[in-house]
Design a protein around this ligand. Sequence first.
Ligand SMILES: [Fe+2]
Length: 192
Amino acid sequence: MPYTEQQFNLPELAGLSAKQLEVHLKLYAGYVKNVNDIQEKLAEYRTDSAANAVAIAELTRRFGFEFNGMRLHELYFEALGGNGEVVENSLKGALATQYGSFEAWLTAFKALGVMRGIGWVLLTYDEKGKVFNNVWVSDHELGCLVDTKIIVALDMWEHAFMVDYVPAQKADYVAMVLTNLQWDVVGKRFNP
Ligand SMILES: [Fe+2]
C-alpha cells in the first residue's frame, strides 16, 4: 500500500512564516512520493532480481533516507501549533528527573541545534534502558537510534529555516520551533 501525504492544519506560527512552511511542506510531500516510487520500482526490479541487482541494492540503500525523511517531517509538523506553554505532564517530570531540571534538558537540546551540518536533533526515549537521549541525526538516518521512541523532532536542514533565518540565526530558529511545540502532543509520544 502506498503511503499517503499527511495534511497538517497549521495555525499562524510565531517566527515561522507561511512561506517558510509552504516551502517545507512541499519538500515533505517529495519524501512521501519518493518512498512510494522506490517501493514501486523495487517491485518491478524484483521480477528479475539477478539482472537488477545493482539497482535493487542502490534503491534499498536509498529507502532509509526517504522513509526517515517522510516520517521525521510528520513528527515535526504534527507537533507544531502550540503556544509555548510547557504543560505539566509525565514527560516533563521524567526529563527533570534525568537531567536535573526540565530547563537543563531544554538547554542541552537547544545546544545541539546549532551544530554544524544538516540533519535532525531528536529527543528519543529508550524504553529498554529507561533513558532519554538527545541525538544528532545526519541527513535523515545516520545516527538514528533504533528501537527508541522519537519524542521531539527538530529539523535542522537549512530548508527548514532559510526563508526566515540565515545560518547565523540557527539558535533563533531553534528557539522558535520549541516555542511553537505542542507539549501535550509530544507528551503523548512518551506516555500515550
Ligand atoms: Fe525538512
